[in-house]
Design a binder for this molecule. Structure first.
Ligand code: HEM
Length: 455
């Protein structure tokens, strides 16, 4: 190990000097530091600890894929998130995680997703109809980011529970999850206030809210169990899956944790991706036109359907390029479980590693004219020409997002229905800027005028 280089380190005084800016918005600070120190650098974390940030594809591939066993999840997901949502796919590591992943993975197989297309199309159609009613009643401006949040939440809810819930339950659940997410961000961003959160009863209050969500979910799950009904939805998949070794199914606590995690992991990410997508399409009318041409040529007036979606190449390129510029999961963190070596750099046990997805997606090295929105970057030959891990909005390696295909299908369906049914125009009354919280959301929202499109 002695011959190994050390990672370029930002002097601790500089790290501290930038702390306030970093807490406000880490993206510009990290981007500037990369320009100065290179694609992989170390920064001061407090005490004697340093963290590492990288946009280097080889480095990130090593962490997430090649030697992934040496890089565990940090306490951010395992403990802070886990405390509220329970132990499940997103919030566990090691053998337990692998066991859950093997159990749940088949539920996201292509054949299962095909069964969800109809449910998703139904949610889209209802949403379009509701928008039409609002427009007919004289409404012009819509908070697109909020609308997308509502829509993405319903998509997960319907895909999980198809018919077994009512709107009241759903609103309560959605409200609870929003409150929990806001508090989790505070716990992560202000760890020095942890003593106060405990003392003032805030943590207990939020644990109660989590318990409330569990009770709502439990009611739905028990009703399904009692009825003995079979539905082609994700809950059915969770209920009917069996562990290979024991042949038994999941217990109630596991079912609860995994369902809640699908909500948490699956709705805000997709909603933000869709809000940015609408914004980029408004900014790039020639891309919108090309997309509409594809819809006209390949679908005419008919609904997409599972097989047809696979032929909508341009729609999928547009979504991918949008998630390049605004990756909903903008950073991923891991901790080194043992000493390691990456590209000649020494990685000490305990080092906290941040794979900076946003930075990798904006690097001029791999993305000429990086700020330009150009879906042709995702033409197959262009994709082949780029190294792996220059683009990884869904993460990578064994912990690749389990909902990747679900999300792509959902976003395609929504994109098709929104662009064929509505014209949209940004209400330019506020600055559109990304705000990196747990996901990358538009800080001041995105407000748009929607008009019905003439067929
Ligand atoms: C545009 C939408 C989405 C994006 C950008 C996204 C991104 C990601 C990323 C980057 C990870 C890896 C996190 C890590 O390892 O630290 C992840 C994991 C995960 N995602 Fe997604 N996701 C999206 C949609 C969804 C949907 C729709 C679902 C479920 C319906 C979902 C469920 C999950 C789960 C359960 C995990 C944990 C997987 C594991 O560790 O085995 N995601 N997602």
């Amino acid at each position: 190990m002695s011959k190994l280089k050390s990672i370029p380190k930002v002097p601790w005084l500089n790290s501290i000097a930038n702390l306030l800016r970093f807490v406000e918005n880490p993206i510009p600070v990290v981007t500037e530091t990369i320009e100065k120190y290179g694609d992989t650098y170390a920064f001061y974390l407090g005490g004697i600890r340093y963290g590492i940030i990288s946009i280097d594809p080889e480095f990130n591939q090593h962490v997430l894929q090649k030697n992934n066993r040496n890089y565990g999840k940090t306490n951010l997901q395992l403990d802070i998130l886990g405390k509220y949502v329970g132990k499940g796919l997103l919030t566990s590591d090691g053998d337990y995680w692998l066991k859950q992943r093997r159990l749940i993975q088949p539920g996201f197989h292509r054949s299962k997703l095909a069964l969800l297309t109809e449910i998703m199309q139904g949610v889209c159609d209802d949403f379009v109809q509701e928008l039409n009613i609002e427009i007919d009643s004289g409404k012009e401006d819509f908070e697109i980011d909020e609308k997308m949040m509502e829509l993405a939440f319903r998509m997960v809810a319907k895909s999980l529970f198809s018919t077994n819930y009512n709107d009241e339950m759903l609103n309560a659940l959605s409200g609870n999850i929003t409150i929990l997410q806001k508090f989790i961000i505070r716990e992560v961003r202000q760890p020095y206030l942890n003593w106060w959160f405990k003392l003032s009863g805030k943590i207990n209050k939020h644990l109660d809210i989590a318990k409330d969500s569990d009770n709502l979910l439990l009611e739905i799950i028990n009703e399904r169990k009692r009825s003995g009904e079979q539905k082609d939805d994700l809950l059915d998949m969770l209920l009917s899956s069996r562990y290979e070794d024991t042949g038994e199914g999941m217990g109630d606590q596991q079912l609860l944790a995994e369902s809640l995690i699908l909500f948490v992991a699956g709705h805000e990410t997709t909603a933000n991706a869709l809000a940015w997508l609408m914004y980029l399409l408004w900014k790039n009318p020639e891309v919108l036109q090309k997309l509409r041409n594809e819809i006209d040529q390949k679908l005419g007036d008919s609904k997409a359907g599972f097989e047809k979606l696979r032929e909508m190449n341009y729609a999928s390129q547009v979504i991918k390029e949008s998630m390049r510029l605004y990756p909903p999961a903008w950073i991923m963190d891991r901790v080194a479980l043992n000493d390691d070596e990456i590209m000649g750099y020494k990685i000490p046990k305990g080092a906290m590693i941040n794979c900076f997805i946003y930075g990798a997606h904006h690097s001029e090295k791999y993305w000429p004219d990086a700020e330009k929105f150009d879906p042709d970057r995702f033409e197959p030959e262009n994709v082949k020409a780029r190294p792996n891990f220059t683009y990884f909005p869904f993460g990578g390696g064994p912990r690749l997002c389990i909902g990747q295909n679900f999300a792509m299908m959902e976003m395609q369906l929504i994109l098709i229905e929104l662009t064929r049914n509505f014209d949209f125009e940004l209400v330019e009354d506020k600055e559109i800027v990304p705000q990196p919280l747990i996901t990358l959301r538009p800080k001041n929202g995105i407000r748009m005028k929607l008009k019905k499109r003439q067929p």
